[in-house]
Design a protein around this ligand. Sequence first.
Ligand SMILES: Nc1nc2c(c(=O)[nH]1)N[C@H]1C(S)=C(S)[C@@H](COP(=O)(O)O)O[C@H]1N2
Ligand SMILES: [Mo]
Length: 406
Amino acid sequence: MKRRNFVKHTMLGSMTAIIGTEIVFGSSMPQGYMPLALQDPDPFKMFNKNKEMVVLNDKPWNIEAQAHLLDDKITPNKYMFIRNNGLIPENIEADKWTLTIEGESVKQKKTFTLAEIKSKFPQYTYQLTLECGGNGRSEFNPPAKGNQWTVGAVSCATWTGIRLRDVLADVDIADDAIYIGYHAADVHLSRDPNKEPISRGAPMSKAMQEETLLAFKMNGKDIPLAHGFPLRLVAGGWPASVSGKWVNRISVRNKVHDGAKMTGTAYRVPCNPVAPGEKVKDEDMCIIESMPVKSLITYPKSGATIQQGKKLNIRGHAWAGELEVFKMEYSIDFGSTWATCPIEKPVSRLAWQHFSASIEFPKKGYYEVWARATDQHGVSQPMVLPGWNPKGYLNNACHRIAIKVS
Ligand SMILES: Nc1nc2c(c(=O)[nH]1)N[C@H]1C(S)=C(S)[C@@H](COP(=O)(O)O)O[C@H]1N2
Ligand SMILES: [Mo]
């Protein structure tokens, strides 16, 4: 077979695979023609997401869950939000994937193949909470630009990989290292190969934590493409933007990493509170580190109706960045009084915790159930929107659901 025909043939093969049935007159399609069925891809099929997931943007793909979809203790792929800053890399060849450790603080840069990474270092599995720094952005006023996440940009899957610190220990690193920054294979929206969609990082102290992984499995399987196949960083408890997907290079820096989306208003908030809408100088902005205490009622779905005299069983999760949640409360009277309910210990550090309560309502009518978590330092979720910031990060206000008793 001539090479051109071969290319055409394999293309037809992969198109058939995606469409799911034979393209009967496929050999008559003009070369380079994209069948209509593939022109407007179905994101739910493409990413294996549940139909109730909400697409916020398709260039780049950004998809969030709804509270009731996050009911599982371990988030399955179909309910995991997708946050992309650029275009998902294409034609990844996992058997040719490498990770290079370089940067000012690396005396001798070193490259590992994915196979070496999997065989040379001990593997660990942790359940880790990943929440986008912009989760809850839609509520800020004046509004903040960016994806209008409501409550669904959070997940807690199990991640398997090696510790970043084990790889770093295998490389000759100078004493002046203070930060790491990741570089990845995704493509800038402009398709300019000299631009990176995002290149963030964390201080050495976070990079060296036991739970900071270079992961190659999610929930026991290869990481789905949209979530960083074949290799991603997972730094639970910090804004999920630190958890670089499709990672192929890590810079060990002798200064705070200055990659794309590390500066200006990106993933930074005013170091001190400001009035809504106020302009904030660059030097008065601080990088977001550990995420604040937060919780989500995942059952029932907001709007549920129950019969009078029946108890309502609610459940959900709570998390607090690097910290543990120590107390969980709910209110059915718009925050006037609160009742405590049990909160489970995390299965491992940086995993979300589960709560449940059985609620009695005094009479027929409309109610709201509000949930409030408190972290180990005694800091609670605010009932209303917390501090305004230019990009609408860190909204950890109490989650609320509507209930009718009939
Ligand atoms: N290479 C790369 N890594 C990335 C991103 C990205 O656009 N490119 N987005 C980051 C952001 S902002 C978030 S919130 C998380 C989302 O992870 P998920 O899509 O697996 O849920 O990935 C982070 N890692
Ligand atoms: Mo994010």
